[in-house]
Design a protein around this ligand. Structure first.
Ligand code: MG
Length: 250
């Protein structure tokens, strides 16, 4: 039976140097726009990816847009889910036109709201002297979601903005992704699970398959739930949430 692995990237199979285990050999695998290394893979992460690529159809399932996905130097050749599900790439890296026809009108419908939210976060950032970068992530000429990061990796700087945003955003229209140095305001028509469901229904129904989901963040939970099996890094946002809730119920 064919295996299909939906694989989150950042903080699942690589991470910034500050998050790498001390003393363990690592190699650069994802790069900044200027070409300098940003994220690194341990030998165990490399072994996991090698094993998946040899055994399964691997579908990267990421919030990265196409430009950022291309800065990940790993030999993915099949489908890919980008932009929190906003874009599905077919093998050969062409956007899936049927998925694009579903997402694109919704992206333009929410563009004005996304711009207002972006201006608000930029204002808070200036008022509080946080030094964040705040921008709308677009792909294939669609505005898709809003992201705030601290360029120096100081995730604590995001906290004042996260609190203000958590108190004020429209929960019917958006969800928040907050993990480390990444705060994203994501329209509800996105979601990795929506694109995973689409791929399963549209492209993987011609033969029996076994699905495996691999991810680290709370926003990965819904797509992991669609898979027959799930795999999490030992220490990540999802395991911390699980361990926290099990402690609370003891
Ligand atoms: Mg991740």
């Amino acid at each position: 039976m064919r295996f299909v692995a939906f694989l989150d990237l950042d903080d699942t199979i690589f991470q910034t140097l500050a998050k790498c285990p001390v003393g363990e050999p690592v190699r650069p695998v994802a790069y900044r726009q200027d070409g300098t290394p940003l994220s690194y893979m341990t030998q165990r992460q490399q072994a996991l990816v090698d094993w998946l690529l040899a055994s399964a159809t691997v579908v990267p399932t990421t919030a990265r847009n196409l430009a950022a996905f291309r800065r990940v130097h790993l030999p993915f050749t099949s489908f890919a889910i980008l932009d929190f599900g906003g874009v599905v790439l077919l093998p050969g890296a062409r956007p899936d036109p049927a998925w694009d026809a579903i997402v694109r009108p919704q992206a333009f419908e929410i563009a004005a709201e996304l711009n207002v939210a972006c201006a608000t976060l930029q204002r808070w950032n200036a008022e509080l002297h946080l030094g964040l970068s705040v921008r709308v992530i677009s792909d294939f000429e669609m505005p898709l979601y809003l992201v705030a990061k601290h360029p120096g990796g100081d995730a604590d700087r995001l906290e004042p903005v996260r609190r203000r945003l958590a108190d004020s955003f429209d929960r019917d229209r958006f969800f928040l992704h907050s993990n480390g140095n990444n705060l994203s305001l994501v329209p509800r028509f996105l979601g990795k699970e929506r694109a995973v469901r689409y791929l399963l229904d549209r492209h993987f129904r011609t033969e029996p398959i076994v699905t495996l989901g691999v991810g680290d963040s709370l926003t990965d939970a819904a797509f992991l739930d669609l898979c027959d099996f799930r795999m999490l890094p030992r220490s990540c946002q999802l395991t911390e949430a699980r361990d926290g809730s099990s402690k609370a119920t003891r």
